[in-house]
Design a protein around this ligand. Structure first.
Ligand SMILES: [Zn+2]
Length: 145
């Protein structure tokens, strides 16, 4: 799902994350997660968790959103929303945090649950002392992310 956010408010991005959650493929856990990432120019890419019978191949909503954005040529990211129907807002898993460090280390991250409880954080807070200082070899990998 791709949308464009014309305002500076989080509302559109939050709505996109909840909408993406509707597409969650979670037949094994029944636990649906949504995410949406916004580029600096306001384009939004949604993501949902996608489970697999072998469990380990499950892809989280956050990574689905980031991978969809990258696959569509997006590069410069501004913020992300992660949502689920949990008592407290849920936080990205370690794998997603490592991917965030790689693809969008500068973004703000808003965690939100169904009752509207929110935690605003950022990648640096989510993943301190991350493994990120490894030389890149190709021109394609460089950039101002
Ligand atoms: Zn994850």
């Amino acid at each position: 799902m791709t949308m464009t956010n014309n305002r500076n408010s989080w509302d559109t991005l939050i709505a996109a994350a909840w909408q993406a959650r509707e597409h969650a493929y979670a037949p094994y856990s029944g636990f649906q997660v949504g995410a949406a990432i916004e580029t600096a120019t306001g384009t939004i890419y949604g993501g949902c968790n996608i489970e697999n019978v072998s469990y380990g191949l499950t892809n989280c909503a956050e990574r689905t959103a980031m991978f969809q954005a990258i696959a569509n040529g997006a590069k410069d990211f501004k913020r992300m929303v992660v949502c689920a129907d949990t008592p407290e807002p849920i936080a990205p898993c370690g794998a997603c945090r490592q991917v965030m460090v790689e693809l969008c280390p500068q973004i703000e991250v808003l965690l939100i649950n169904k009752s509207g409880k929110q935690i605003l954080t950022n990648v640096e807070n989510l993943m301190p002392y991350s493994f990120s200082d490894f030389p890149k070899k190709t021109e394609n990998d460089e950039g101002d992310m």
